[in-house]
Design a protein around this ligand. Structure first.
Ligand SMILES: [Mg+2]
Length: 439
C-alpha cells in the first residue's frame, strides 16, 4: 500500500482568518458565529475558547455562558472564501487531483507526484509551509494510503500537525480509538455497537463479521472494513475549471506605482508558470485591488486568444494596472492577479502556425520555468521593461544565454512533465470515468 493520499484541514479556520486580519485577537478566546441573542450557533471556536468547552455547532448563548470573556465575531463569509481560494491555489501548485470537502479542507491525491516533488511526506511539509507563506495560516495534514485514514490522521495532532499512517501502523493507531472515529458512526450506530459491547476500533476489528451482520445488517461490512483501515473511495477532483491566481496583502499600504508593478510582475510570473505546469491557457486576466479602507475593486481584460505566455499575460496585467493608476490611484492594501476562462493548452499542435516571436517567448518561458524548478521562485525574475529599454535588452540577452544553457535539460524535463500529466489524466479517467479539469 502506498501512502499517497493527503488530507489537509485548516486549524480553527474562521477564527484563524480573524486573527490574521486583526493580530490583536491572537491568544484570545474567540467565538465566530451567529447572534447570541437569536438562535445563532458557533461556527468556529478558537483553541483558547475550546479550553472552556466551547466548540462548533454549539448554541452561541451556551458558548458564552461557558466562556463569558470570549470575543464574539460575526461570520465574514466573503473573507473566508477569499482565503480559502488562496489555500486551494496552494494545493493546485502540487497536484491537480484535489477533492474539496468544505471551505477549509480537501483531499489531495499525490500518486505519481514523487518524480516531481519527492516523497509525499516531504511534499506535505512543503504544502504546509506554502499555506503559511501564501495565506498566513496553519493547517493539519494527514498522510495515508486512503481517504478514511488520511482524514483520521489529520485530526490526531491538531493544531499544526502532520501525521502519517502507513500500512504497518494502521492497527497501532486505529485500535485504541473510540468507534465514533469511524466514518459514518453516528449516535444510532454507536448505540448498536454498545449492545455488542464494542467501544473501540480494536473491539470492532476482533468481532466476527457474521455477528456484526446480525446486529448491524448491511452497514456491518462497511464498518468492519474501516476498522481494518480499508477504504477504496477515490479522490474525486472538483470538475469545475475555475481560476489560477496570486495575491498579496501588504503590511503597510503600498503607494509607489513602481513597487506595485514589481509585485504584480512577480505574481504574473507565478500565475503563468502554474498555467503551464497544468498545461492550461487562460483567456481573461483580472486584477484585484483593495484600498486601505477594504474597498475592493477589480479590473479585467479578455484576450483575443487563450495564452500561457508570461509576456502576454504581463502586458495585459500591467496595462490594467496603469489604466487604473492613471484614473483612480489609491494606496493599496492588497494587489492580486487572477486568470480565468481556462482551457487545455493546444500543446505541440499549434506550433506549426506560431510566429517566431511567439515561439521565442515560449522558449523564454520554458527556460524560466526550468530555472525556477531548479533554484526556486526567487532565483530569477524578468526585467520590468517600462522606461528601461536598455536594461530590458540586457535582461533579454541574459535570458537568451540562460535559455541556451538549459535548453537540453528543459527538453527532458518538459517531456517528463508531459508524461506525468498524461499519466495523471489517465489515472483521472480510470478513477472517475472522465478527464479531470483543473482549477
Ligand atoms: Mg478545519
Amino acid at each position: 500500500m502506498d501512502e499517497s493520499i493527503i488530507h489537509v484541514d485548516m486549524d480553527e479556520f474562521f477564527a484563524a482568518v480573524e486573527k490574521l486580519d486583526d493580530p490583536a485577537l491572537c491568544g484570545k478566546p474567540l467565538l465566530v458565529g451567529g447572534n447570541p441573542r437569536g438562535r445563532g450557533v458557533v461556527c468556529t471556536a478558537s483553541y483558547e475558547a475550546r479550553k472552556f468547552g466551547c466548540h462548533s455547532a454549539m448554541p452561541m448563548a451556551k458558548a458564552i455562558r461557558l466562556c463569558p470573556q470570549a470575543i464574539v465575531l460575526p461570520v465574514r463569509g466573503w473573507r473566508y472564501r477569499e482565503v480559502s481560494e488562496q489555500v486551494f491555489d496552494v494545493f493546485a501548485q502540487f497536484t491537480p487531483q484535489i477533492e474539496p470537502l468544505s471551505i477549509d479542507e480537501a483531499f489531495l491525491d499525490m500518486a505519481g507526484t514523487e518524480r516531481l516533488f519527492g516523497p509525499v511526506e516531504q511534499t506535505a511539509r512543503r504544502i504546509k509551509q506554502a499555506i503559511r507563506d501564501q495565506a498566513g495560516l496553519a493547517c493539519s495534514v494527514g498522510i495515508a494510503p486512503n481517504k478514511f485514514l488520511a482524514k483520521l490522521a489529520s485530526d490526531l495532532e491538531k493544531p499544526d500537525g502532520l501525521t502519517v499512517i502507513t500500512s504497518d501502523t494502521i492497527h497501532t493507531i486505529l485500535d485504541p480509538l473510540p468507534i465514533s472515529k469511524l466514518w459514518g458512526v453516528g449516535p444510532a450506530a454507536a448505540k448498536q455497537f454498545g449492545k455488542l459491547n464494542i467501544r473501540t476500533i480494536a473491539q470492532l476489528r476482533k468481532t466476527p463479521l457474521k455477528l456484526l451482520k446480525e446486529t448491524l445488517g448491511n452497514s456491518a461490512e462497511h464498518f468492519y472494513r474501516l476498522a481494518n483501515g480499508l477504504d477504496d473511495r477515490m479522490v474525486q477532483p472538483d470538475s469545475r475549471a475555475k481560476s489560477i491566481g496570486q495575491e498579496q496583502t501588504f503590511t503597510l499600504d503600498l503607494s509607489e506605482i513602481d513597487e506595485l508593478r514589481r509585485v504584480l510582475l512577480q505574481q504574473t510570473q507565478q500565475v503563468a508558470r502554474r498555467l503551464r505546469k497544468h498545461d492550461m491557457s487562460a483567456k481573461t486576466v483580472t486584477l484585484k485591488l483593495r484600498y486601505g479602507d477594504f474597498t475592493t475593486i477589480s479590473r479585467s481584460i479578455t484576450l483575443g486568444d487563450p495564452t500561457d505566455v508570461t509576456e502576454i499575460i504581463w502586458k495585459a496585467a500591467s496595462d490594467l494596472l496603469q489604466q487604473w493608476a492613471d484614473s483612480s490611484f489609491h494606496p493599496l492594501r492588497l494587489l492580486g492577479v487572477t486568470v480565468t476562462q481556462l482551457q487545455p493548452s493546444a500543446g505541440g499542435q499549434m506550433s506549426l502556425f506560431e510566429s517566431s516571436a511567439s515561439k521565442k517567448l515560449k522558449k523564454l518561458d520554458s527556460a524560466m520555468d526550468e530555472i525556477v524548478d531548479r533554484f526556486g521562485d526567487s532565483a530569477v525574475t524578468r526585467g520590468d521593461a517600462k522606461g528601461h529599454k536598455e536594461k530590458k535588452l540586457k535582461t533579454e540577452n541574459r535570458f537568451a544565454t540562460e535559455a541556451a544553457e538549459v535548453t537540453e535539460t528543459t527538453k527532458r524535463k518538459t517531456e517528463n512533465r508531459r508524461l506525468r500529466i498524461a499519466d495523471l489524466k489517465e489515472t483521472g479517467k480510470r478513477k472517475n470515468g472522465a478527464v479531470h479539469r483543473l482549477h
